[in-house]
Design a binder for this molecule. Structure first.
Ligand code: ZN
Length: 345
């Protein structure tokens, strides 16, 4: 199956400032690495989203505020996380547009997308517009059941909020617990309300969670639940801030473990749209997303040397994973209690 890769130099314009962790060079480096390993399947030039489609995720009032750059402080801007930057509206349109374009393919990757914290009426966590929500709304015009799987180290709160009452979306977020990290939400007790009760799944993990613990949780929770739900297409947010070298969080995954998670995702559905997300180590991000794209395409990149180096590094801290294992066991037990009437895990 062909896997579209969305890109444009215009992604570079979503620039929150020199010292901001969400440096758009992450995207350029990923594109360069995909070209270097000669794995680009087919290239799609990303285009800006129409204002009409932005309404699928945001209020008119909020869109107008971003467009006119008036009273932005009322909408979450002007903070270190969400500074007011140059061409804020125009530059934001490309990453959402690329996600919308993905909806036209059976398999596609928009590395600039996955901005999962933006709310209907508010910027949050580096995110102006929520491309994940716009994309899922577009997919609902064609599909009856969509599974969204978010492996960013931060809880996918903006997406959860948008579909909290909607049974057509299975929302799954596996993240560092809100007890330790922004945005503070994503507890196992958050399972949806009304018709959407049981279709929101949160898997919080502790600092120093290793590949082994993470994969075990993914296999025994995400795989059976998605099998039961039987989605027609999956949308995955592939943040790589779970990596042990990431400067913003405390999970302890390696590139190898990340790749293994992507391989598990592949078992869920042939139709698959992948989005980028967090990840702030400039060496790790391009490797991880090039690897993810190569796995989507069935042409694995050989990173053996890096796997060996990283494995040696994380072994030094393996004792710290003991508490993380205990925490994961508690999460599993709590989640099982919350959702046993909806899914068998
Ligand atoms: Zn993140």
């Amino acid at each position: 199956m062909k896997t579209a890769f969305l890109y444009t130099e215009n992604f570079m314009k979503y620039d929150l400032g020199e010292n901001h962790p969400l440096n758009p060079v992450r995207l350029k480096k990923t594109y360069d690495m995909i070209k270097k390993y000669n794995i680009l399947d087919f290239y799609v030039e990303a285009k800006p989203v129409s204002e009409h489609d932005l309404y699928l995720a945001h209020s008119k009032e909020y869109i107008e505020a971003v467009k006119t750059e008036k009273n932005l402080e009322m909408y979450g801007f002007g903070t270190p996380d969400n500074p007011i930057f140059k061409n804020i509206f125009e530059s934001s349109l490309y990453y959402v547009g690329a996600s919308v374009q993905c909806s036209g393919y059976s398999r596609a990757f928009n590395i600039s997308g996955g901005l999962h914290h933006a709310k209907r009426n508010r910027a949050s966590g580096f995110c102006v517009f929520n491309d994940c929500v716009v994309l899922i709304k577009k997919l609902l015009e064609k599909y009856r059941r969509v599974a969204y799987i978010d492996i960013d180290t931060h809880h996918g709160d903006g997406v959860q909020e948008a579909f909290y009452t909607d049974p057509r979306i299975l929302f799954i977020s596996i993240h560092e617990s809100g007890k330790f990290l922004f945005p503070g939400t994503g507890d196992t007790s958050e399972i949806g309300i009304g018709d959407g009760r049981g279709t929101t799944i949160n898997i919080p993990l502790a600092p120093f969670t290793t590949d082994e613990i993470y994969l075990d949780m993914f296999r025994k929770i995400v795989l059976p639940i998605t099998k039961d739900f039987d989605p027609e297409i999956i949308v995955t947010q592939l943040g790589i801030d779970t990596h042990y070298l990431d400067p913003l969080s405390h999970l302890y995954l390696t590139l190898k473990g990340y790749g293994d998670v992507i391989r598990e995702m592949k078992k869920i559905s042939k139709k698959w749209i992948a989005l980028g997300g967090g990840g702030y180590n400039l060496e790790t991000v391009p490797r991880a997303w090039a690897l993810a794209y190569s796995i989507m395409r069935d042409v694995d990149i050989d990173f053996t040397k890096i796997y060996e180096e990283e494995s040696k590094e994380v072994k030094k801290y393996k004792d710290l994973g003991t508490n993380a294992k205990y925490f994961a066991d508690v999460t599993y037990k709590n989640l099982k209690g919350e959702i046993s009437e909806y899914f068998s895990i």
